[in-house]
Design a binder for this molecule. Structure first.
Ligand SMILES: [Zn+2]
Length: 199
């Protein structure tokens, strides 16, 4: 999974992180998460560690969890069905998050790819929230907890990146790829409209 996403250049400068829930329904939260600062193009099983709901390693390890691990824990808390969480920083998700930040989110409708997010109706809308990007992770985690909508499998952070999740790893990847498609589509559409308006 991480090598596939890395091959698309979605982990620039060792950024981004992934996690997978290990605990079952009703059990205390335990999940595997990527270690801090690793090159995601060369990840091995030793680059993951297993943490509890407070982001503390559950077994002795020399690895440090990603600094954003608390955000993964918050998503698992708020979305009980989530089994995997993916976080990437891309040019298109940064551009869209900044352009639409003052609106609080971006809405996608009448685009085929929203079906990949589980929206199949002719008039369905996907309202993806966008939150600000405070440097302190506890503040960012709180913002995400406040705005996250369990019906929408993702959230954008302004000029930072996206978190996307799913009820299994493949679904999380499908959601992430659909969102990235929609961001690129929307950005290019704005460029074309801008050029048309100047003619
Ligand atoms: Zn990040």
């Amino acid at each position: 999974m991480k090598s596939l996403l890395a091959s698309r250049g979605w982990f620039p400068a060792t950024s981004g992180n992934l996690s997978r829930k290990l605990s079952g329904i009703g059990e205390p939260l335990v999940f595997a998460v990527t270690a801090s600062g690793k090159d995601k193009t060369r990840l091995t099983p030793e680059d993951y560690l297993i943490v509890d709901k407070d982001c503390r390693p559950v077994e002795p390890t020399r690895l440090k969890p990603s600094s954003e691990t608390a955000i993964h824990a918050e998503i698992y808390r708020r979305v009980p069905d989530a089994q995997a969480v993916l976080h990437v920083h891309t040019i298109y998700n940064n551009l869209i998050s900044d352009i639409y930040f003052t609106e609080g989110g971006i809405t996608f409708s009448h685009v085929e790819l929203i079906k990949a997010l589980g929206y199949w109706g002719d008039n369905d809308r996907v309202d993806l929230p966008i939150v600000d990007n405070p440097a302190a992770i506890p503040a960012l985690t709180q913002l995400i907890g406040q705005r996250l909508n369990p019906q929408i499998p993702g959230i954008l952070i302004r000029n930072h990146g996206i978190y996307a999740w799913g009820d299994y790893m493949f679904a999380a990847r499908r959601h992430l790829e659909a969102f990235e498609f929609l961001f690129e589509y929307q950005y290019k559409r704005m460029l074309i409209q801008g050029a048309a308006n100047r003619c």
